[in-house]
Unconditional design. Sequence first.
Length: 348
Amino acid sequence: MKISRRTLLEVGAIGALGLAYGGKKLSDTFMMGPPPTGGRIDTHHHFMPPEFVKTIGADRLAAVTPSKTLPEWSVEKALAMCDTYGISEATLSISPGYPALEAAIERPLMRVCNDIGATIRRDHPGKFGQFASIPMFDRAEALKEIEYAFDTLKADGIVVFTNYGGTYLGDPSFDEIWQELNRRKAVVFIHPTHPTYELKGQPPESVIEYPFETVRAATSLMFSGATRKFADIKFILSHAGGALPYLAARISGGAMFNPDVSKRVPDVMAEIRKFWFDLALSSNPAALSALLTVADHKRIVFGSDFPYAPDIGIRVNVAASDRYPMDDHVRADIGRGNALALLGRASA
Ligand SMILES: [Zn+2]
């Protein structure tokens, strides 16, 4: 049999991925365990309505992915993916893919996406949850959309991005929004987006910049005192907190030696443990062991990053967490139980 150069490259890439995900043999890389009883709950799951793709631009959305191709999305594809990976419920959210939107575009687009998400939920009862979007550039409109999302659409929470025009989430200009979400004891899913500075000769933003964006947003929320002031908000950090677990001690030291910050935040590690973390594309042993070292396992939830994560990425990631040595009850909590508690679902 003649083996093409492309096949060799693919096998090489999968082999490298397998090593990074702790597979001793290539077959280990794909070996998933059974999902927890009742199924996995996927809190990092995107939907891409045509209105969203058209407004942002397919090219812009494609540019952030490692393969620079726009993922294909439909409700049917989402349901098929859930079937394949034993996911009983997936929480819909839109993805970023743009550095900033003008308020005039952002406001109506968020409403359209929220209504489409609510329709998908209604058409497929029990299969989907929803993190609604709010126009963060316009604080007054954001407050109105929060009311609409929770009171009319009965959304499960809100999705926000790590920065808005270079302003990170701990900035006091967001306080009014956090105050309202705190009053509602809301779940707030923080998804990384582009940094606002120019990058030359670097991989697409999602590869390296996104994990650091998550660190910046989390640190901004902690150092500003927002995680203490708005302690009833349940913030979820994407991708195992990005680089946060690895940098936790360094960030904690940074706070300790800054009298201004240490006054507001006497214990950074305690603040880190207030966050929730999803495992989208981050179940490899290096990331998972770092996360389990700094986070409470009861605050770790499953995530797929569908449809941005290619199928092979989801499979390898699911297999890695299924294979990671942990007690059965911890695995069941991470796959399902913790998300049920977070989303306020009945545990049956
Ligand atoms: Zn994502």
